[in-house]
Design a protein around this ligand. Structure first.
Ligand code: DC
Length: 674
């Protein structure tokens, strides 16, 4: 997950390959609660791992459920509560997970006991009053601890076991369908008689109720319904675990990839794009996003558990890839946000109607979406329950800006799609880690599927002499920006190390180059692996450094390592340190830094490092060694160490690492269009 302040996405060109979707959030959290309400163990396969499911799992454990994870086969086994929380007087913190707050409120109110339920500030702004009214009607004592109608809530123990089940339970259906879902999952716990639920107002987001009914049936509860106004839980209904249950891929998460697969011109590029884990067998309402995307021009083939996507092939080069639509989106409230961003790529004005529920989601999504789309050059009309989006009329009309995400995962994922813009502008997503709510690896997944022109993938080069602090500075900058990091010196060290290990004389330039050409190296978890062996420490000795300096003077060795170094230029960007990053390897880099420090300062730093590792070399010996290496690196004929023409000089002799990082980030910001 990108746990950084902002993520700059370079302009993207296309997507190809296969994506395995994370599990559905709606199904995951429902299944977890249903499993907890059963007797016995339910093994859940492919559960979504995200903030919202973690919130639910923690709550269930607090209530006394046993949860066992098996990472080998990606299962979670839930030992149910058999109708009674093991513990009460529990305070449950439910983050911003509506799919935990609403159903747990209903289930715990009916089960009885004392509980406090709270969440983040936004959760306390999301309505729950209609559900509380329904539960109070039944005789459950519930207090608001903050504002009337909103969490946090206090559930009190009931003084009587009697619930008022003889009259229909009325619940509003036109604010959030989660109120009805919550009652449907809770009431089977007390179904000693037929229980009737009456929906007041037109029920919104009915597909989510269908997911609830579908899953209830898997757990032995067969709800009868008469249209969407009246539903009955039959007397004697009893939760029964299905033993094991599989969570299908998240259809709302799929929408970003369906959109990505439809956004670009495939006339020149006939790669396939496949989305696995979701298909015609889906029970999620957002699978109908497929129909909406087709209306906009996407070609989507549906298989039972996979989708294949391609853009509208009839479009001519230069035409917008999609066509505008005017659509009632009540049935796909979450995925419809993706349509709003697809509208940027459509010919004409797109109108998304009947989406008032957006206002009470993770943020007021109607105004958030309107505000951010305008930043990109779209003309947007925000109605009380609709959005009208006219895209930029030509590439020149596109603009870019930092996109606010309002702690809303869908805002972040939706706006990543703006990176496919025809103006080839990068896009900045603020607070990208908010995707953790439902799809922690969203950006990593997108970057593994998306293609960008190599020249548009940013590179920051930090060159300089040995012990100037390049490594520390470069990895800190890379970490800050979420970029990859290349320690090119390690490759020369590895070449010398691997050659010596194979008995090759380091004077044999062709022999070393042959080894360098096929280095079986892997950088993983901060370690360097050669042929599966951890050599991180072995290549860091002074001797290794001298050997690297020697072999790095051979033009054949430098040529052998050229392509390997360039292959590190990958989405979303790279920070590379070495001697010739800015002069030879990435001459087109947007920012080049030449980092120096006096040989005394560098020797002192290296001395400190070596002493801490138990090495007793003297300061004077180290300084002489550094100067000898500087000389060799600077005087060699092939790619000598020298500042690139347009490099910024940074002497960090008396500058702290924190200040150096800020300086580099400041220079970097100066190159950005934001
Ligand atoms: O940065 P370092 O000390 O790990 O580098 C080891 C040697 O490798 C250094 O003395 C010179 C050489 N080198 C190089 O020639 N070109 C690079 N891009 C990086 C390192």
């Amino acid at each position: 997950m990108f746990d950084i302040e902002f993520l700059d996405i370079p302009p993207l060109v296309s997507v190809s390959g296969k994506v395995n979707l994370p599990g559905s959030k709606s199904i995951s959290n429902r299944v977890l609660l249903l499993a907890a309400l059963c007797k016995g163990t339910t093994v859940v396969h492919d559960l979504l791992e995200s903030d919202d499911t973690q919130v639910m799992l923690t709550a269930l454990e607090q209530l006394g459920c046993t949860v066992e994870r098996n990472t080998d086969n990606n299962t979670v086994a839930i030992e149910g509560l058999a109708g009674r929380p093991v513990r009460d007087k529990v305070h449950l913190f439910l983050g911003n997970a509506g799919t935990a707050m609403r159903p747990l409120t209903a289930a715990l109110a009916l089960l009885g006991g004392e509980f406090e339920l709270s969440g983040v500030v936004r959760m306390h702004e999301r309505p729950i009053g209609d559900l509380v009214d329904s539960l109070r009607q039944l005789g459950c004592p519930i207090d608001y601890l903050g504002n009337e109608g909103f969490p946090p809530l206090k559930l009190h123990a009931r003084t009587t076991n009697q619930l008022l089940l003889n009259q229909p339970i009325r619940v509003r259906g036109d604010v959030s369908s989660q109120f009805l879902t919550a009652l449907l999952m809770a009431l089977p716990l007390v179904a000693s008689r037929d229980i009737h639920i009456e929906v007041v107002g037109d029920l919104i987001s009915t597909p989510y109720i269908e997911i609830t009914l579908n899953l209830l049936a898997r757990f032995g509860i067969h709800v009868q319904r008469d249209g969407w106004q009246r539903l009955t839980i039959p007397a004697g209904s009893k939760y029964t675990s299905p033993g094991s249950i599989h969570v299908e891929g998240d259809a709302s998460s799929a929408s970003y990839f369906i959109a990505a697969g439809a956004l670009f011109d495939w006339s020149t590029d006939h790669k396939y794009f496949e989305i696995n884990g979701l298909g015609t067998n889906s029970i999620q309402g957002d699978i109908r996003f497929v129909e909406a995307a087709r209306l906009m021009g996407a070609h989507i083939e549906c298989m039972p558990n996979a989708l294949q996507v391609s853009p509208c092939k009839e479009k001519q080069a230069g035409q917008k890839p999609l066509t505008a639509i005017d659509l009632d989106c009540n049935h796909i409230p979450d995925a419809a946000m993706t349509l709003a961003v697809m509208a940027l790529y459509a010919e004409g004005t797109t109108v998304l109607r009947n989406i008032a529920s957006w206002r009470v989601k993770e943020t007021d999504r109607l105004s958030a979406m309107a505000c951010e789309l305008r930043k990109l050059g779209a003309v947007v009309e925000e109605g009380p329950d609709y959005l009208k989006i006219t895209p930029p009329s030509s590439p020149a009309e596109w603009t870019t800006a930092p996109i606010c995400t309002y702690d809303d995962h869908r805002m972040a994922m939706c706006f990543s799609l703006a990176a496919f813009n025809p103006a080839s502008l990068p896009i900045r997503i603020l607070d990208p880690k908010c995707v953790g709510k439902t799809f922690p690896d969203y950006f990593e997944t997108l970057f593994s599927l998306a293609q960008a022109k190599s020249a548009s993938i940013p590179v920051i080069c930090i060159d300089g002499p040995t012990a100037s602090g390049k490594g520390t500075l470069s990895s800190a900058v890379a970490h800050h920006l979420g970029y990859h990091y290349l320690d090119s010196g390690a490759l020369y060290r590895l070449a010398a190390f691997a050659a010596s290990a194979q008995g090759i004389d380091l004077n044999d330039s062709a022999g070393v180059a042959k080894i360098a050409r096929h280095l079986p190296v892997k950088f993983k978890d901060g370690k360097v692996w050669l042929n599966g062996q951890d050599v991180s420490l072995a290549i860091r000795t002074e001797e290794s450094g001298m050997a690297a300096s020697k072999v790095s003077a051979y033009p054949e060795v430098r040529a052998a390592l050229l392509m390997l170094q360039r292959s590190f230029r990958a989405l979303p960007g790279l920070v590379a340190d070495g001697r010739d990053m800015g002069t030879v390897i990435f001459p087109d880099a947007e920012l080049k830094i030449y980092l120096t420090a006096s040989s005394v300062h560098r020797a002192q730093r290296r001395h400190k490092q070596l002493i801490s590792k138990g090495n007793s070399a003297t300061l004077q010996y180290i300084q002489q060694g550094l100067e000898a290496r500087d000389e060799r690196d600077m005087l060699r004929s092939s790619a000598p160490l020298k500042p690139a023409e347009n490099a910024k000089l940074l002497d960090n002799s008396d500058v702290s690492i924190e200040k150096s990082v800020l300086k580099v980030l400041d220079w970097w910001q100066g190159t950005r269009p934001f």
